[in-house]
Design a protein around this ligand. Structure first.
Ligand code: ADP
Ligand code: MG
Length: 326
């Protein structure tokens, strides 16, 4: 079992940022409105994620760290319409098999929290603990028992940069949650809950720069069962931001060739002078029209009607951009 978990871990957990992704997505799936991420030494020493989500029942605690236990899907049918971020039930056992791991949780209606520690995959007995309603997960000494992986960790600054980038990508879409991120005890980001459109714009400004918000076009378009919203940088924007390209499908960040092609084409027609535009776009469609279960890292998607999606994206963006020249 340990070996299986470690192999699964190899697929999903490449670096500290992958751990942060799994943990924060679990917090979001648990309905958290406040998520605090503390990182030490680029995540190699410590990653601690605290949330105020619904917590884990005492009975379910051992299950949460058991392989292929997920509370999020009950049948194959559900797999076709996943709306939660996680659904494979392999993240926690994988992470726990390659670190010194601790999970403390209390559902609001339970008087006490329970804490369970797992050392390199070996779980101890759950013990009573103090904790507000919600969950804290601590991951220490990531890869301490997988030296080959540990060797491949980059400089502390690089690993932290990836974590920061990951948090930014989640915070852009989950604007209803507050995010706090610190590194080696120093606060790095404090993103407050956005409660209205202005709050959302403020968050986008926080993450991509005021300049981006000021010099971008607001997109809001619906048709053929598809909905596209967000911001696209104008061809006239003074600064190219190739690294600020975010595309979400049903709330999930994707890097998809079809999407990239449609966006590039839309800009190509309006003379972008070969620069890379920044954009934050959200495509929403019936979950049955898209397969997100392509790869464990879940960055790729497969659209059932890919031609339709491509043309919708291209037309919507191209029309919007063309208007700015008229
Ligand atoms: P998955 O997210 O694919 O279900 P995970 O291994 O990431 O699998 O998590 C296992 C289970 O542990 C989840 O299904 C959920 O029930 C529970 N869980 C994990 N993290 C949290 C959290 N922060 N708050 C509440 N429940 C959690
Ligand atoms: Mg998960």
């Amino acid at each position: 079992i340990e070996l299986i978990n470690q192999i699964a871990a190899g697929e999903v957990i490449e670096r500290p940022a992958s751990v942060v992704k799994e943990l924060v997505e679990n917090s979001l799936d648990a309905g958290a409105q406040r998520i605090e991420i503390e990182v030490e030494e680029g995540g190699a020493r410590l990653i601690r994620v605290r949330d105020d989500g619904r917590g884990i029942d005492a009975d379910d605690l051992p299950l949460a760290i058991a392989a292929h236990a997920t509370s999020k899907i009950a049948s194959f049918d559900d797999l076709e319409r996943v709306t939660t971020l996680g659904f494979r039930g392999e993240a926690l056992p994988s992470i726990a098999s390659i670190s010194r791991f601790a999970l403390t949780s209390r559902p609001a209606e339970q008087a006490h929290a329970l804490r369970i520690e797992v050392d390199g995959g070996k779980p101890g007995a759950p013990k009573p603990a103090q904790h507000p309603a919600g969950t804290t997960i601590e991951v220490r000494d990531l890869f301490y028992n997988v030296p080959a992986r540990r060797k491949f960790l980059r400089a502390e600054r690089t690993e932290f940069g990836r974590i920061d980038e990951l948090i930014a990508s989640l915070a852009l879409v989950r604007t209803g949650a507050e995010f706090r991120l610190s590194h080696n005890g120093k606060p790095v980001r404090l993103l407050r809950r956005a409660v209205d459109e202005a709050g959302v714009a403020a968050r986008v400004g926080d993450l991509l720069g005021e300049e981006f918000v000021g010099q971008s076009l607001r997109i809001e378009h619906e048709g053929a069962g598809l909905r596209l919203s967000g911001w696209v940088g104008l061809p006239t924007a003074s600064r190219a931001q190739a690294d600020s390209q975010y595309f979400y499908v049903n709330g999930r960040l994707v890097r998809d060739r079809l999407v990239a092609h449609a966006v590039r084409q839309a800009y190509a027609d309006v003379l972008f002078h070969g620069r890379h535009p920044a954009f934050v776009l959200f495509l929403d469609l019936d979950p049955l029209g898209v397969d997100v279960n392509v790869h464990p890292a879940k960055h790729e998607v497969r659209f059932r009607e890919s031609r339709l999606v491509h043309d919708f994206l291209y037309r919507t963006l191209n029309d919007a951009l063309a208007q700015t020249r008229a």
